[in-house]
Design a protein around this ligand. Structure first.
Ligand SMILES: *Cc1c(COP(=O)(O)O)cnc(C)c1O
Length: 466
């Protein structure tokens, strides 16, 4: 499989290069040249397969000859062997036709583990035997940092530098990062806020000499391999609920549009998807885009669902590209207008294409709380605030969708214990395997929010690329 950039001018690359690069050289995002399809028989044959084996069948066409099938299988078994539930992503029934797909049984209790555990192994596999060395640098307000650190800790050929705003992530989140003591992990507590941490990372990438010398790489969800890994659980869940005979709908708590775009890819591959519900909190740029064609920036409001507090959704570009006839030049012009003015109008083709599969719901704090209570009362399920946004949207959308409705449960409730306790009156406990988090040794370096200091620290500890 070959990958092209949404902005049309970067060279076409294979799976290996798309994975290692993350962003394309023209500022666009990589997408497969064509959507591979799985026929009805191939989908039916997924019934009863393990999660890892389902992953091999779904991902093989995207990987192409970058890995042979046995290599891909051993990476999937290693990545998903680290999950604490044998089903990896188990389904839980809430009522007659509402379901949860629990994506939080990975090492850091967030759905990002599903993709990042595989990505860490892919990095290592693609770097072994070359003289290339990769330096991942990122800024985190909590969840992505711990999932990325866990995924690359101890792996050959790659170092990770993760900046978090000092004193502004929860203690659980900080400890999930700082108690990882592998020698290739560098946690930096920045004396500043998240925006300053992120600005430092952007400045490091903009320093071409530094970016080239250390082969700087990013792990946010613009990386195609992350999306590919997320397509798998749509197949896994739908087959268990009757696909390919029966169509299934999904409700997805959405921020950067990565998770729900993976559902779009599953539909493109032939999975019968009745509807994709894009669930947003009050930061509703995607709801405005999908319901009124108006994709325009607004200030970010802080909510109980921080992973959905976004101003722009990077992966939406991939959908606009695909629905706009895959015209790189037109998409580049559309995105440049957005970067300049903060406003983008969807074309009629983009609006109609999106409406065929997507619907969107904006969910406020009261409805989120009510969804948490309903889940507890209807079926004894304790859910996290992000999942609750998805469930509230799912229940609203269910009145117009005639199919089983699956809400993606994106975080373990114990990660957001305060919000859960406020809503349902009791505090979820951390699962046993992370229960000793508060007894483990921590290691991190506190630095000022100053690029030259950060660059000096990286130069001291990173390995230059070949
Ligand atoms: C990252 C995240 C999301 C949003 O996923 P996107 O792929 O960015 O849309 C939702 N919930 C949780 C808990 C997350 O960590």
């Amino acid at each position: 499989m070959r990958y092209l950039s949404t902005r049309g001018t970067a060279p076409i690359v294979d799976f290996r290069a798309a994975t290692l690069a993350g962003l394309a050289a023209d500022g666009g995002l990589y997408v497969p040249e064509t959507w591979p399809t799985l026929g009805r028989d191939s989908i039916a044959a997924l019934a009863g397969l393990s999660y890892a084996e389902t992953a091999v069948r779904v991902m093989t066409p995207f990987v192409g000859d970058a890995l042979n099938e046995d290599e891909l299988r051993s990476l999937c078994e290693a990545a998903y062997g680290r999950f604490s539930h044998a089903a990896v992503t188990p389904l839980v029934q809430l009522d007659h036709d509402q379901w949860l797909l629990e994506l939080f049984h990975g090492p850091t209790l967030a759905f990002k583990d599903v993709a990042l555990q595989l990505l860490g192994l892919l990095f290592e596999r693609f770097l072994t035997g070359t003289d290339k060395h990769l330096t991942i640098i990122g800024a985190t307000s909590g969840d992505t940092g711990s999932a990325a650190i866990d995924a690359v800790a101890g792996r050959a050929g790659v170092d990770i530098f993760m900046l978090h705003p000092m004193g502004r992530v929860s203690e659980v989140q900080r400890r999930q990062m700082t108690t990882v003591l592998a020698p290739n992990v560098f946690n930096i507590a920045i004396d500043g806020d998240f925006d300053q941490a992120q600005a430092l990372v952007k400045a490091a990438f903009a320093d071409r000499a530094m970016a080239d010398r250390y082969a700087l790489s990013a792990v946010n969800s613009i990386n195609w391999a992350r999306l590919m890994a997320q397509v798998v659980y749509y197949f896994y869940a739908a087959v268990r609920l009757g696909a390919p005979e029966r169509a299934v709908a999904f409700s997805v708590p959405t921020g950067n549009f990565g998770d729900v775009f993976a559902g779009y890819v599953a539909a493109k591959m032939g999975l019968p998807v009745a509807k994709l519900v894009v669930a947003t909190n009050v930061n509703d740029i995607l709801h405005r885009a999908l319901s009124a064609g108006d994709y325009s920036k607004a200030g970010v409001q802080q909510t109980a669902t921080p992973s959905m507090d976004i101003q722009v959704s990077s992966n939406f570009e991939r959908l606009l590209f695909d629905l706009g006839g895959r015209d790189g030049a037109a998409l580049a012009a559309q995105m440049q207008g957005f970067e300049r003015d903060g406003v983008l109008r969807l074309t009629n083709a983009q609006r109609e294409g999106a409406a065929a599969l997507f619907t969107s719901e904006r969910v406020d704090a009261d409805e989120m709380t009510m969804a948490m209570r309903w889940a507890a009362e209807a079926s004894g399920q304790v859910i996290d605030p992000h999942t609750a946004i998805g469930l509230a949207a799912a229940r609203r959308a269910a009145t117009t969708v005639d199919a089983p409705m699956v809400t993606l449960a994106t975080a373990h409730p114990a990660k957001f214990g305060d919000a859960v306790e406020r809503a349902v009156g009791s505090r979820p406990t951390l699962p046993l395997r992370v229960g000793d988090l508060f007894d483990r040794e921590e290691r991190y370096t506190s630095l000022p929010a100053d690029l030259s200091v950060i660059a000096g620290f990286i130069a001291e500890h990173a390995t230059p690329s070949a």
